[in-house]
Design a protein around this ligand. Structure first.
Ligand code: PAF
Length: 282
């Protein structure tokens, strides 16, 4: 197992990608914030199926964290991440820029996406999608990949990135990869590492409750009642607070009057101080 090359500047990234492009390679990008787990490795795997060369970016993006959030304690494990990527194979290059490389002195641009960024996460993390859209636009412009892969775990983020790429006319195809779950169904997330054993047990109930909400909807329960019941069930399981349990149009995230559209149930809830999100097709 040999160490993977790491580009730390946009110039290095572009120079390496240019060589591959001259050889006719189709380039895939997997944007991450590191602390890689099986979910990320599956994004690499999915990208490898659709591209000749795969770049994984590892950058804990400060602009998507509010001052009171976990930017400082977010795990930074570049060496371990690089070793994991090398061990599973499929990655050709890591892009690990510094904050100064991505946001040089005087940086003053922010990308705001409307449409799918409205509501849900934005009601609780109003800064979030502006930061994500800005960094994702920068990553896509730096690498100009043919395809970029985002996990469906952050379903609203996936739709925001799709909207961004379409609206800016970027040539990159945005691919949404399925959620990877632990054996009890907990969606994999770097933030699961914060959970204490008793919290971890409670966290495993989030997916169970979402499945119950879906079953209730299929049994004809009206959407508002199924959402309210989902919230109540999460609190009963020991979640400290529930930001939302919401049934929405899967393509636009608009609220639904009834289940005649393709629908998605999305939830965000806190166990202790850790905020978890999950979603499922209805
Ligand atoms: O999903 C993430 O890990 C991040 O939001 C992303 C897309 C890498 C942007 O920083």
């Amino acid at each position: 197992m040999s160490a993977l090359p790491v580009a730390t500047t946009v110039a290095q990234l572009r120079a390496r990608i240019a060589v591959e492009r001259r050889n006719g390679a189709r380039i895939g990008l997997v944007p991450t914030m590191g602390a890689l787990h099986e979910g990320h490795l599956s994004l690499v795997h999915e990208t490898q199926k659709r591209a000749d060369k795969v770049v994984v970016s590892i950058f804990v993006n400060p602009t998507q964290f509010a001052p009171h959030e976990d930017f400082d304690r977010y795990p930074r494990t570049l060496d371990a991440d690089a070793a994991k990527l090398a061990a599973v194979g499929g990655t050709d290059l890591i892009f690990a820029p510094s904050v100064g490389e991505m946001y040089p002195q005087g940086f003053a641009t922010k990308i705001e996406v409307g449409g799918p960024s409205q509501g849900l996460e934005t009601d609780f993390r109003p800064h979030f999608f502006g930061g994500v859209a800005t960094v994702v636009a920068k990553l896509l412009l730096a690498a100009m990949p043919d395809i970029a892969t985002f996990g469906e775990k952050d379903y609203q983020q996936l739709l925001v990135v799709r909207r961004l790429a379409a609206d800016l006319g970027l040539a990159t195809e945005i691919f949404g990869a399925p959620i990877i779950r632990e054996s009890d169904g907990l969606a994999m997330s770097s933030r699961n590492a914060y959970l204490k054993p008793d919290e971890r047990r409670i966290a495993g109930q989030l997916n169970v409750v979402l499945k119950r909400v879906i079953a209730a909807l299929h049994n004809g329960e009206p959407i508002p009642a199924a959402e309210a019941e989902g919230k109540r069930a999460l609190l009963e399981c020991g979640f400290a607070s529930v930001d939302y349990v919401a049934v929405r149009d899967a393509a636009t995230l608009s609220p639904l009057d009834s289940l005649h559209h393709s629908a998605r149930v999305l939830a965000a809830a806190k166990v202790g101080n850790t905020r978890l999100i999950d979603n499922m097709a209805v």
